[in-house]
Design a protein around this ligand. Structure first.
Ligand SMILES: NC(=O)c1ccc[n+]([C@@H]2O[C@H](COP(=O)([O-])OP(=O)(O)OC[C@H]3O[C@@H](n4cnc5c(N)ncnc54)[C@H](O)[C@@H]3O)[C@@H](O)[C@H]2O)c1
Length: 358
């Protein structure tokens, strides 16, 4: 069992333990007649959300009055109308501020549930039970919640921390390799930012990495430690938290150019390869470190050749609704475990991308 404590505006534990789904009731603590609403998507519901499954049984045994809200899976449903459906459901069932929500699923479920928790009755408690590798490595920790608007991804949201993150490594058994790779990209990102040991673990694993739940859990715990340190220092992203956006300027552009056919994790992998290549070409990153990044990404199984030209990427990056002003902030990997923020004028972005195409 691995237990980490995050000291953000709310203090909470991240627990990683085999069989944790069947112990959720114990971990959440005294029910005192409270209601809990499991929020999940239709895929994860079939696998882990049914009343005969361990999670539900554990919650009822602990005395919770258990409800469930299921929404259709996929980024298209990470929107305000799903949130409205959830809010109405909670109100119809008279949830009060002492009741709680439980996000059972991947990053989409966590982001929507967190946002619903932040807004229902001006804020109720929620628990993250990540079931995708991406969610345990990254999205379930740190308190960023939100939904997409028609103008772009994650444009409405709130900072709202969970009161517990509970991960059961056994859920990885039903996750495809492609989806595991999405989380792996974020784990490699954490390694590049602050923990070279993550890179060593991935680099020295001989092929069976994606099937080894214990190793994946160890990697997730290390990545969470990196995120915890940054979030504790800069919860609302006024500075250092932006380091977590390593590779994301190019990644968001790649996702957009592909009309979201290339997943976020795979785009982040390409984006990290690009930014390190460009930084190495400008003498900002050690050449050997750039080569190490590319080699680890390839070994993990990522295709790194970006299918778009620099004009297409620049257009997509500069139309990002979150971009402000005449400059853009890039995260530059300098050496193993060391990154820094660098502002460049928007007019220089295309030339920077050009140096990064590999
Ligand atoms: N809040 C944050 O800090 C943060 C950070 C990174 C990403 N995100 C967000 O996370 C989202 C992506 O997360 P994701 O990749 O987990 O997507 P997701 O939630 O859509 O999950 C991916 C797919 O896997 C399925 N799934 C989940 N767990 C499973 C399991 N154990 N077995 C079988 N299938 C399973 C889901 O039903 C879904 O179809 C994006 O919307 C992104 O914006 C948020």
């Amino acid at each position: 069992m691995i237990k980490l404590t995050v000291n953000a505006s709310r203090k909470y534990d991240v627990v990683m333990e085999r069989g944790a789904l069947g112990k959720a009731g114990e971990y959440i603590g005294k029910a005192n007649g409270r209601k809990i609403c499991i929020i999940t998507d239709d895929n994860v519901d079939k696998l882990y959300g049914q009343s005969e499954h361990a999670l539900w049984g554990s919650l009822t045994s602990a005395g919770f009055d258990v409800y469930k809200y299921v929404f259709p899976s996929g980024e298209d449903h990470k929107n305000m109308s799903t949130v409205t459906g959830m809010l109405e459901f909670l109100a119809e069932h008279s949830f009060t501020r002492s009741d709680l929500l439980l996000a059972l699923g991947g990053g989409i479920t966590g982001d929507i549930t967190g946002f619903t928790a932040a807004t229902y009755l001006r804020g109720i408690e929620f628990i993250q039970v990540p079931t995708s590798f991406l969610a345990v490595v990254d999205s379930s920790v740190g308190g960023k919640t939100g939904v997409n608007l028609s103008s772009g991804k994650n444009l409405a949201g709130a900072f709202w921390q969970p009161s517990l993150v509970l991960f059961d490594p056994d859920v990885l058994d039903t996750l495809s390799d492609e989806l595991k790779l999405d989380g792996m990209a974020e784990a490699i990102k954490a390694g590049i930012i602050a923990d070279p040991q993550i890179l060593t673990m991935i680099g020295s694993s001989a092929g069976e990495l994606l099937d080894d739940n214990d190793l994946l859990t160890e990697i997730a715990a290390k990545a969470v430690k990196v995120k915890r340190t940054i979030v504790e220092e800069d919860e609302r992203e006024s500075g250092k938290r932006a380091l977590l956006n390593l590779g994301h300027t190019a990644a968001h552009a790649i996702e957009k150019c592909s009309d979201y056919g290339i997943s976020h994790g795979h785009a982040v992998a390409m984006g990290m390869a690009m930014i390190s290549a460009a930084a190495a070409a400008e003498g900002l990153c050690e050449k050997a470190f750039h080569e190490e990044i590319v080699s680890i990404l390839k070994q993990a199984g990522f295709a790194l050749t970006c299918p778009y030209n620099t004009k297409e990427l620049t257009r997509a990056a500069l139309h990002d609704k979150k971009r402000r002003g005449d400059s853009i902030t890039l995260v530059i990997p300098e050496a193993a475990g060391s990154c820094r923020l660098k502002k460049i004028p928007v007019g220089e972005l295309e030339a920077f991308f050009e140096k990064g195409l590999i």
